[in-house]
Design a protein around this ligand. Structure first.
Ligand SMILES: [Zn+2]
Length: 135
C-alpha cells in the first residue's frame, strides 16, 4: 500500500503525480510552506533582421568592425549588436551533476532563450533593490 506521506512535500494524494511546472514555480517564487529561492535577472535577446542576422549597433567601427571600447555605448553596452531585455526569475545551480563545466539556470517554462542570448544577473542590496548600475 502506498503511503500518502512524502517527506519532501508533506501529505499528498498518493495517486497524483507531481506537477513539475508548479514545483518550479514554488521553488522560484516561494509558497506558504516554501522559501523563495529564485533571483531576479534579465534575458538579453539579440535582435535579428529579416534575414536572421544580428542588428549591428551604430557604435561599431567602420574600419575595425569592433564596438567602441573607449566610449561606453548606452544602446548595446559593448555587445556591438542591439538587443531587447525581458525580466525573469531564475534559479542558478553552479554545482550540478548535469553539466561538466559551467552553470545550470532554471527558468519558468514560458521564458524562451537561445544559445545566442545572455542572462544578466541582478545584484540586490539589503532592501531588495537592484544595485546600480546593473552590470
Ligand atoms: Zn553600441
Amino acid at each position: 500500500m502506498k503511503s500518502p506521506y512524502n517527506s519532501f512535500y508533506g501529505i499528498r494524494n498518493a495517486e497524483s503525480e507531481i506537477d513539475l511546472r508548479d514545483e518550479l514555480d514554488r521553488t522560484l517564487n516561494g509558497a506558504i510552506d516554501e522559501i523563495r529561492k529564485g533571483h531576479q535577472g534579465l534575458i538579453r535577446t539579440m535582435r535579428k533582421d529579416s534575414d536572421g542576422n544580428f542588428v549591428r549597433c551604430p557604435c561599431r567601427s567602420k574600419v575595425t568592425d569592433e564596438p567602441d571600447k573607449d566610449y561606453y555605448c548606452r544602446f548595446c553596452m559593448g555587445h556591438g549588436y542591439l538587443w531587447d531585455e525581458t525580466k525573469i526569475v531564475y534559479y542558478k545551480n553552479e554545482d550540478s551533476f548535469l553539466v561538466e563545466k559551467g552553470v545550470l539556470f532554471y527558468l519558468q517554462y514560458d521564458k524562451e532563450i537561445s544559445s545566442e542570448d545572455y542572462i544578466v544577473e541582478i545584484e540586490l542590496d539589503n532592501e531588495g533593490e537592484p544595485i546600480m548600475p546593473v552590470t
